[in-house]
Design a protein around this ligand. Sequence first.
Ligand code: NAG
Length: 224
Amino acid sequence: MRVSGMLHLLAFIFALVATWIFISSYISFNMKTLRLPRWLADLDSQAIPVVRTKCGLSKPCPDNFFAFKISSGAANIVGPTMCFENLVIMSPVKNNVGRGLNIALVNGTTGIVLTQKCFDMYSGDVKLLVKFLKDIPEGTLVLMASYDDPGTKMNDETRKLLSSLGSSYANQLGFRDSWVFLGAKDLKDKSPFEQFLKNNPDSNKYEGWPELLELEGCVPQKVF
Ligand SMILES: *[C@@H]1O[C@H](CO)[C@@H](O)[C@H](O)[C@H]1NC(C)=O
């Protein structure tokens, strides 16, 4: 009697558990199907593209092009950011930016980052920048972003070197201007990738500084 009673109890518990599992899976199934009507769910999955563009560009780059995005610093508060082929190479979070001129060098064939450096253009030694620019190897992409003040220590030699990388605005670069630029060591023409805003108290977005600048694009991979 005790054994059969035990079996009854076990059978009852088993039935209870089986029912619970059945009901709970049925409910969760229902909740899933109820969450969104099918047509709305389809719309939803279309609205959020699965493939994000490299560096968050507005449209993807063609094959054999490198994607890049450069933001200058905002006043003297937020440092600049540089992204290349979906890799953030300089940023405040990476803690490798500073006030002055922020420069990253990338191999124009492989897209591999060679170096990144910041030059203090307010109180630093401009000879360091001159040497750095002269030593850039052929076929190297040069990314630049201003932060706070990229211009005070600029001299003719530096301006000439920056112009030879394809810059159109290096000649005017001065105290607290905003500037973003991508050029290359052996560029014969002017680079199409450049933005410049002069520090002007009448039009400045911030009290002592112009607005920050953003530059994005696709730069052709150099094939030798
Ligand atoms: C860039 O990469 C190519 C291929 O690896 C190499 O031949 C070239 O020397 C590199 N250039 C620089 C400047 O590093």
